[in-house]
Design a protein around this ligand. Structure first.
Ligand code: AMP
Ligand code: FE
Ligand code: FE
Ligand code: ZN
Length: 275
């Protein structure tokens, strides 16, 4: 995998199970040239990744994944090469993280009404210092034998049709895009195949969308081809990554299972106002 980059990766700073240092070591083992750190609503994992990356010769592409909502659909916006010290962006992340904690508490209340007792401190312990997400609740459910695996935890309880589903904080994708742009970053629509509304891609271009994640484990080959074609037609950057969440997250690919080459990194840097 010489010269290849995996641009969509989660660490313990959000819902991944690998600490940033471990992740970079694993990237080295997998023969990657670099990885994009795209934790949910936080940049806390990036510094440690950069330090380890320097030591091991792995390039770290700083990023984030912001979960938004549009017409009842979950829309994830990736941002790359923004200014991590931008106040407006960090304020947004802080709001989103505290809303994550509130959502978790509401999920636990719903579980209680189903006679499933999970304490907030158990989930907080699972999340460590990371931004809390549904996978942390899922891991507690699995540990307690209430769900067999992630899939069952989401199908029965945490997913949109689950019995303990709670709506997320409403942020419009265009607002996430604008915030990333304001901080000098490059906004990319994550895994459009999971959104299920391709018209959104063109609709977000006036807001400043600069690319789409063409290659993702949940995009079958034919879909990647059609998104690659669309990206080309709309002059959007075509990115890709494995959405690696570490061990126990079998629903996504292994680190480096989806990659892009150096030309994508160059395009992202060119579009960035910071780099
Ligand atoms: P949250 O950020 O709390 O809304 O949780 C979303 C995260 O849950 C995603 O980033 C995935 O890591 C994970 N996830 C979402 N759907 C599923 C699923 N069906 N099975 C396993 N994990 C999922
Ligand atoms: Fe996640
Ligand atoms: Fe995502
Ligand atoms: Zn992701």
């Amino acid at each position: 995998m010489q010269g290849m980059y995996d641009l969509h990766v989660h660490t313990t700073a959000s819902d991944g199970t690998f600490a940033p240092r471990q992740l970079v070591e694993y990237a080295k083992e997998r023969g990657l040239a670099g990885i994009g750190i795209t934790d949910h609503d936080t940049t806390d994992g990036i510094e440690e990744a950069i330090v380890t990356g320097h030591k091991l010769g792995i390039e770290i592409i700083p990023g984030v994944e912001i979960n938004t909502e549009f017409e009842g659909k979950e829309v994830h916006v990736l941002g790359y090469y923004f200014d991590r010290n931008a106040d407006s962006l960090q304020t947004l992340f802080a709001t989103l993280r505290s809303e994550r904690t509130r959502r978790m508490e509401r999920i636990l209340a719903k579980l209680t009404s189903l006679d499933i007792e999970i304490r907030a401190d158990e989930v907080l312990q699972e999340a460590g210092a990371g931004a809390i997400g549904r996978p942390h609740v899922a891991r507690v459910l699995i540990r307690k034998g209430i769900a067999r695996d992630m899939r069952e935890a989401f199908d029965r309880f945490l997913g949109r049709d689950g019995a303990a589903y709670v709506e997320r904080y409403k942020l419009h994708p265009a607002d996430a895009i604008r915030q990333i742009l304001q901080a000098g970053g490059v906004p990319i629509l994550a895994h459009p195949g999971l959104v299920g509304k391709d018209a959104l891609i063109e609709e977000m271009i006036p807001a400043g969308l600069m690319g789409i994640e063409v290659a993702h484990p949940d995009h079958p080959p034919a879909l990647r081809e059609s998104y690659a074609y669309l990206a080309n037609r709309l002059h959007l950057i075509a990115t890709g990554g494995s959405d690696f969440h570490g061990s126990g997250a079998e629903h996504r690919g292994d680190l480096g299972s989806v990659t892009v080459d150096q030309s994508v990194i160059r395009q992202l840097k060119e579009k960035s106002g910071v780099f």
